[in-house]
Ligand binder design. Sequence first.
Ligand code: AMP
Ligand code: MG
Length: 484
Amino acid sequence: MTSFGFKFDNTYLHLPKAFHTKLLPTPVSKPELVVLNTSLATDLGLNFSDKSAEQQAALFAGSQIPEEAEPFAQAYAGHQFGHFTMLGDGRAIVWGEHITPRGQRVDLQFKGSGPTPYSRGGDGRAAIGPMLREYIISEAMHALNIPTTRSLAVVTNGEQVYRETPLPGAILTRVASSHIRVGTFQFAALQQDREAIKSLFDYTIKRHLPHIEEKQNKPLSLLKSVIEKQAELITHWMRVGFVHGVMNTDNMVLSGETIDYGPCAFMDTYDPNTVFSSIDHMGRYAYANQPAIAQWNLARFAETLLPLLDDDFDKAKEVAEEAINGFGVVYKEKSLSMLRGKIGLFGEQSEDESLITDLLMWMHQQNADYTNTFMDLTNELPPKGERYESDAFKEWYARWQVRLTKNTEPLESSLSLMRSNNPVVIPRNHRVEQVLDAATKGDLQPLKNLLAVLQEPYNNRRDLKSYQFPPKPEEKVCQTFCGT
Ligand code: AMP
Ligand code: MG
């Protein structure tokens, strides 16, 4: 154990050589700590409090790697916007696997730590804005009870990175249950060696699903488990109005965590076609497309497992197709149950689905704010405001009240069910942009304020008002740029 509390136990490097390249982060000139997640550090069993600011900055810049760390970059492939490409960590380096006090194994990873053999001409660096965006949104997702990678720290590196303009360079330290992606399996499947896919498969089972070891068809169990986790994850995203923005197969991890916060954002006005990414011209990754895209990605995952699913290719295909088609059913069930939760319904009634669809349709027609509308419903009294005076809304409200009387639980339980499903504060994109703009200019106070507010997203309180307003027309941020 090192003085910081690191407890490394690196297993990924046991995979065949094709899967990784050992290398060190590129030294940086003048690292400075921007933000450190002390509560996450405590959960991880790490303690930096007795270290100087310089020592902390050097650690999170990769200049002073802990002794037992064995840094490496991972190889992977992926479908980006539907097109297959060889990829790999082009600007990320895993320090190694750390074991937490509760016995969990996590990857610690630098993002923006310099070029690797997989950089494909990129500079291997990151700008402060996108790294802080990942920090803010991933920590907000965690507080919203949504599976996600976490952010431990961001440092600036004292250098400029050149995008459209020169920007302060930064490095993020990410914590993830693993970085085994659908794209890692796609990479393995491409090797001229069946052992490659078999070894990655065995490794994944050992790391994420040791309990299925005894089951008969382990590959099918893995596939079904990943399908289940992704259906669960997308349901959460839909619940809070999250648009990931780059659901490429390399950005989908088997652990079921949200990963790679690039051009992601939360929807303000309810519109199923919402897209933020500046490069998503066709709306491939629009809000309402996310379940279908998850299924498409899972089909790519299933393809990589074909040689393991059955020795008979046709049989393997049949099994895989059946499992992939099952995503629709699993997702539909989870989604309906989540939407019931958002309007406080217990039990199942035949009218539930149309009640929910009609509310969403009304919100769409009204350009109503997704988060605030659900929040407004989370009171005993009817919501106040011009929009709620319309006959269309009053009619819907009356239907809802009738449905609530069929609930198997008292009204108090309905309200608390709604309160645990409907956040009162989300990282609204215009707020995030304001904070990033200030931080880029050296003012970190707005960042600190926003991070504090996002820690309790289900607890309504007075000081939240300014974070709850949707953007004014002049504040609206329509496009978010990739984290490159
Ligand atoms: P992402 O869209 O962040 O998932 O990145 C897609 C691929 O591009 C991954 O292989 C990244 O490692 C790589 N990449 C992104 N930005 C850079 C960069 N500045 N330098 C090198 N590689 C990069
Ligand atoms: Mg990625």
